[in-house]
Design a protein around this ligand. Structure first.
Ligand SMILES: Nc1ncnc2c1ncn2[C@@H]1O[C@H](COP(=O)(O)OP(=O)(O)O)[C@@H](O)[C@H]1O
Ligand SMILES: Cc1ncc(COP(=O)(O)O)c(N)n1
Length: 274
């Protein structure tokens, strides 16, 4: 049996809805063996972020060496990286181990407003990490910062995607969760040749904590299995749509998505057909 393996380089969310925890749950649900290198520990729940404790860059490097020298991930993703020092360390190790199947989720701010990336680190992300990416997955506010422009409609999304691609990422997906056009959420994929729009109805819920992490982890899992970026973004969209639609309703603030939902639906469809 061939085991596909994916590595997430990200922060820990004690509440379990975002960060490393969302990534590992998503890898598991999609049948991919998950590995992790922590960049920071956050004290966090559905009400917000109560504390952020970045790790020493040497601790991040050592985790990456432990994985890189032994386990050979089929795909890698980054999430919360917090500082320029951590970004440079991560970029060096990604180059050293030749991890080309790389998804960069340029996490900057948690939904409640707490900063997960120091302002001074944005340029390091652009200079050191984006040139290594197979796919970069900003949400609209992150795309505005990276592309240095405001985004009000899908034409602006296309322009921002072009600018971010010029920074070296082979493909860019601008996730549409923060936009709003007639009740439709549109993610825009640009691979340098064409724009692909992935639309779904906007689900009216406050339980969207960790949507971006979960989406980019699903994308990474599908890349690990050998699917193309165009195929992987479709599965990722279906995964996050099910996870938001079947929200768990836990916690008294912005609750997590349902990482079980996509797999449960597939299994239910399979048993109906039998
Ligand atoms: N309310 C919603 N209804 C349907 N899809 C959503 C909703 N919010 C986010 N999504 C989807 O979740 C994924 C993550 O998007 P987004 O929330 O913009 O990222 P982030 O968590 O990084 O801010 C995208 O595929 C987006 O289309
Ligand atoms: C450790 C960590 N990483 C990433 C996010 C972003 O998730 P979201 O923007 O969906 O709340 C988060 N809240 N915590």
């Amino acid at each position: 049996m061939n085991i596909y393996k994916a590595l997430t380089i990200a922060g820990s969310d004690s509440g379990g809805g975002a960060g490393i925890q969302a990534d590992l749950k998503t890898f598991q649900e999609l049948g991919v063996y998950g590995m992790s290198a922590l960049t920071a520990v956050t004290a966090q729940n559905t009400l917000g972020v109560q504390g952020v404790y970045p790790l020493e860059p040497a601790a991040v490097a050592q985790q990456l060496d432990s994985v890189g020298e032994d386990l050979t991930p089929d795909a890698v993703k980054t999430g919360m990286l917090f500082s320029s020092d951590i970004i440079r360390t991560v970029a060096d190790k990604i180059r050293q181990y030749g991890w080309n199947n790389l998804v960069i989720d340029p996490v900057m701010v948690a939904k409640g407003g707490s900063s997960l990336l120091l302002r001074e680190a944005v340029q390091s992300l652009i200079d050191h990490l984006l040139p290594l990416a197979l796919v970069t997955t900003p949400n609209i506010p992150e795309a505005e910062i990276l592309a240095d422009m405001s985004i009000a409609n899908l034409q602006d999304c296309e322009e921002a995607a072009k600018r971010i691609r010029q920074m070296g990422s082979q493909s860019v997906v601008i996730k549409g969760g923060h936009g709003s056009e007639n009740g439709i959420v549109t993610d825009v994929l640009y691979d340098g040749r064409e724009f692909v729009y992935m639309e779904s109805p906007r689900i009216d819920t406050r339980h969207t904590h960790g949507t971006g992490c979960t989406y980019s982890a699903a994308l990474t899992a599908e890349l690990a299995k050998g699917h193309s970026a165009a195929e992987a973004v479709r599965t990722a969209k279906a995964f996050i749509r099910a996870a938001i639609e079947d929200g768990l309703g836990i916690g008294s603030g912005h609750g997590p998505t349902n990482h079980f939902a996509y797999g449960r639906r597939l299994r239910a469809e399979g048993s109906e057909r039998q």
